[in-house]
Ligand binder design. Structure first.
Ligand code: SF4
Length: 889
């Protein structure tokens, strides 16, 4: 086994991973105790990395249409089609859509080709969907996209405000760090319409009405001014715009009662928040997708930043506004120019910047204007302005709003290139050319996390098949387009050095400066330790920005910007009375192309679901656990109802992860209106008017098989695939008649071989069928029109048996295990596979703390991501302990 330090590929925390590899791509991982971001911890997703590095579903050779081809043929075709399109229609007729999954070196190469040598600004990253509003707010307030703080500030703060940030699920390792600080007395306030696990554990939860954040933060600032908490000396020395903001605030009724009423929160709670904020000079305000994914995302970011600038809570230990990124290298993309709105190295399209970059690249055709942002880019594909697009390491057919229109756009586009490590993503279905890229575990380069920390991601395995690094693929296409000299990098280290040199080039005042890394030798690059930029010439990093009160504006002063509250872009009404909010869940990542490979990560929330308040569900006849139709003006999805008072009565929540490969009817993004923030172009994923209707299936069932199956075409079915350890579980439901149920049965059992076991109970409309081949269980099909279906875990477990035990055959026909059936309930702890019923049993047996439950069941003793959920179960079963335990969690 060899041992390497690398970085987790999932969220913006950027945890260091100690990886041990063995034969046949065996991999075991642990948190790297020396990495400053996580100090040895990993969450459930990071812990399961070893289960995601197999070659199942990988794209291993270039393909043109359905034909595998040599790299030379694929590269020549891509280069020729891009060159021809540019020659005929100009540089803006082509585009790259890239990803926060790319390494910095990949991003740098793609941006250099598009903006420098093709001469168009048309490269945008999927970080547009997560972070663009924060980027614009930073630029307006600080003069550049600069994240002021560092993770140490989260340890040092007296108060942490989570604004639209369910850190317990989206950034679990950082949340664990803040839980530890909370045990030392730190206070937590959560601003979120949902009572998330983060909110559940907090000292105060403000369940504000959708899109009222600006009103809330403006109200806070007005209150701080009234109380005299403004840091007059700091404002006088370092901030412009305070008077304009104060005047703008005076245009609204800023009394706490008016603010509380507009935000839909209780007045005492609002006042408590104002008191906490006023009394905590060391405050960190975290903001993430809940703030950014809005048609007023920039205003939300500015409202938060205004409050920190007015109180001088920035550039000091434990005090800053802190935008947390969703993806592992969203920051790298923002730095290198992966966004259409920046050129490179935090230089924009102003003539002096543009000429500097053009000189550095030796590229006189360098773009002179920003390109199209993500949603506009696919609109341009749809209407034919863009005629060739290259999608790198992302899945816009799933992840963009109004995803049905994106699919239509891709299907119309004359030339679509997809470079990805996965062969059959929803987007790859539209590709004319597919280029095999390296996956995590094979890539080698750098990423930047949310605190500006550059870390090495290291190759653990050799490239499989003919897969290549993304930067290498870009360089090969660039060479075939006639730009070989500018892309003649022998290694990723040489790409990084060039990138570092660009940041330092003619740099008099740009904070993004890697001058200390310009001279890295290949060995120095290999051994590079995590470091936060700016990196001084002596190699020292910079944990905290603005410590001297100097910002990157022409006069060095920060800018407060007046922002006015606005309602959501589309108001709810009689037809669509609910606000649909979408987001992530604890154990899945993006479109599940990686986490969907790890059965352990599919147990906590196996299927698409929609959370709805009981007051909404009951009159509609929506039952907990039943299928429900979620409808918006954009389309319909079907998901399992979770009836819960953790959701505000006027809103519903759906996760964003499911795709055609896992649950074609459960995709949330086709429902989302493409309402954008006018400045950042970021879509309003957190609010679309919606309604619910019961699905009312005529029959339902499940099918277990050793192969993963796609939803059978041509049948009116709700279909979900859930990977298991030794098989795949396919859940389905239909509203068709008996003939349709029989048609499905025939499709699923086509080619079944071996011994058939079958039982039919006509009175319950139930059928149970199983096939045993060579002594092993091969397929299981259970359907029913009315009766209950048995727990699936037991049946899925039988697929792991080399020989099906005789008693299992009888049990199969009975439809339940002999003896007492074991149903551990929904999984709480993904790492140790502990279910809610086991946790409940431990509490009933006297376990009175999270740690005691851990000792009894193992739950929460590995990564700790499930500890908030355990606290919630404990609180529900034993309310008197609730507050005490949440503090200890
Ligand atoms: Fe990976 Fe989890 Fe760390 Fe995020 S918190 S980087 S997903 S281990």
């Amino acid at each position: 086994m060899s041992d390497l330090a690398t970085t987790c590929p999932y969220c913006g925390v950027g945890c260091g991973v100690s990886a041990k590899t063995g034969e046949d791509r065996a991999l075991s991982v642990a948190g790297d105790p020396d990495h400053p971001a996580n100090l040895g911890r990993l969450c459930s997703k990071g812990t399961a990395l070893g289960a995601t590095v197999g070659l199942e579903g990988r794209l291993l050779r270039p393909r043109i249409g359905d034909r595998e081809v040599a790299w030379s043929e694929a590269i020549a075709l891509v280069a020729r089609r891009f060159k021809d399109t540019i020659a005929r229609h100009g540089p803006d007729s082509v585009a790259f859509y890239v990803s926060g999954q790319l390494l910095t070196e990949d991003y740098y190469a793609a941006n250099k080709l598009m903006k420098g040598f093709i001469g168009s600004g048309n490269i945008d990253t999927n970080s547009r969907l997560c972070m663009a509003s924060a980027v614009v707010a930073h630029k307006q307030a600080f003069g550049a996209d600069l994240v002021p703080g560092c993770y140490e500030d989260l340890d040092l703060a007296e108060l942490v405000v989570f604004s639209g940030h369910n850190a317990a699920w989206t950034h679990p390792v950082l949340f664990r760090r803040m839980e530890a600080a909370r045990a030392r007395g730190q206070r937590h306030v959560v601003i979120d319409p949902r009572r998330t696990d983060t909110a559940e554990m907090a000292d105060l939860h403000l369940a504000l009405a959708p899109q009222t954040d600006v009103r809330l933060w403006n109200g806070l600032l007005a209150d701080l001014i009234r109380r005299g908490v403004v840091d007059e000396a700091y404002v006088a020395a370092h901030v412009n715009g305070f008077d304009q903001v104060r005047q703008a605030l005076a245009e609204d009724d800023q009394s706490p009662a008016a603010v509380a009423a507009d935000c839909g929160v209780a007045l005492p709670d609002l006042v408590r928040f104002f008191d906490l904020f006023a009394g905590a000079p060391r405050t960190v305000s975290l903001f993430s997708m809940g703030a950014n994914q809005s048609a007023q995302g920039v205003a939300k970011g500015l409202a938060i930043i205004n409050t920190h600038l007015a109180t001088g809570r920035i550039g000091k230990p434990g005090a800053c506004p802190f935008s947390i990124t969703g993806q592992p290298n969203a920051m790298g993309g923002r730095e290198t120019g992966g966004m259409a709105t920046t050129l490179a190295g935090h230089m924009d399209f102003a003539p002096a910047d543009r000429d500097r970059v053009a000189r550095f690249w030796g590229a006189p055709n360098t773009a002179r204007a920003p390109g199209l942002k993500a949603v506009d880019m696919f609109e341009a594909v749809h209407d034919g302005r863009i005629k060739a697009i290259w999608v790198m390491a992302t899945n816009p057919a799933v992840s963009l709003p109004n995803a049905g229109r994106v699919r239509e756009a891709l299907s119309r586009c004359p030339f679509v290139v997809v470079s990805d490590c996965i062969a059959d993503t929803d987007t790859a279905a539209f590709a004319h050319v597919k280029l095999p890229a390296l996956a995590w575990g094979e890539k080698d380069g750098t990423v930047t996390n949310s605190e500006r920390r550059i870390s090495r991601q290291r190759a653990l395995f050799p490239p499989p098949g003919e897969a290549r690094a993304d930067w290498r693929i870009v360089a090969d296409v660039a060479a075939a387009m006639g730009h070989g000299e500018a892309f003649d990098w022998p290694t990723q280290a040489s790409v990084f050095r060039e990138w570092a040199r660009l940041t330092a080039y003619e740099n008099r005042d740009r904070a993004l400066n890697l001058s200390g890394l310009v001279g890295l030798t290949p060995a120095g690059y290999d051994a590079l330790k995590p470091v936060q930029w700016p990196v001084a010439v002596d190699g020292r990093g910079t944990p905290r920005l603005f410590t001297d009160g100097r910002f990157q504006t022409p006069d060095g002063r920060a800018r407060m910007v007046p922002v006015q509250p606005k309602g959501p872009a589309s108001a709810v009404g009689a037809a669509f009375p609910l606000s649909l909010n979408t987001g992530r869940i604890r154990d899945q990542w993006h479109t599940m192309t990686r986490t969907g490979l790890a059965p352990d990560l599919c147990r906590h929330a196996p299927e698409p679901f929609v959370e709805v308040h009981p007051d909404v569900a009951e009159p509609l006849g929506v039952r907990d656990g039943a299928l429900v139709r979620v409808q918006t003006a954009g389309g319909e999805a079907v998901a399992l109802a979770r009836v819960t008072d953790r959701q505000r009565p006027g809103g519903v929540f759906m996760p964003m992860h499911w795709t055609d490969a896992f649950a074609p009817s459960g995709r949330s993004n086709p429902l989302i209106a493409a309402n954008l923030d006018p400045a950042s172009g970021q879509p309003e994923f957190k609010h679309t008017p919606a309604r619910l209707r019961p699905y009312r299936e005529a029959w339902r069932g499940f099918f277990l098989s050793r192969q993963a199956l796609a939803a059978p075409a041509g049948l009116d079915l709700i279909w979900r695939r859930i990977p298991q350890d030794a098989c795949h579980l396919h859940e389905f439901a239909g509203r068709g008649d008996e003939a349709e149920r029989e048609a499905l049965r025939r499709r699923l059992l086509k080619g079944a071989e071996g011994e058939a076991l079958a039982y039919e109970d006509a009175s319950a409309g139930a059928r149970r069928e199983a096939w045993v081949k060579d002594g092993r269980l091969d397929r299981v099909l259970f359907t029913t029109t009315a009766g209950r279906l048995p727990p699936r875990d037991w049946l899925a477990g039988l697929f792991a048996e080399d020989i099906l035990p005789p008693e299992a055959r009888t049990a199969l026909l009975f439809g339940r295990p002999l003896g007492a059936p074991v149903d551990n309930g929904p999984v709480v702890c993904a790492c140790l596979k502990v279910g809610a019923r086991q946790v409940a049993g431990a509490i009933a047996a006297g376990a009175a703390s999270i740690d005691a439950i851990g000792r009894a069941t193992g739950a929460g003793t590995n990564c700790g991501s499930c500890r908030p959920e355990i606290a919630r179960l404990l609180a529900a079963q034993n309310p008197t302990l609730a507050k005490e335990q949440s503090r200890a969690a």
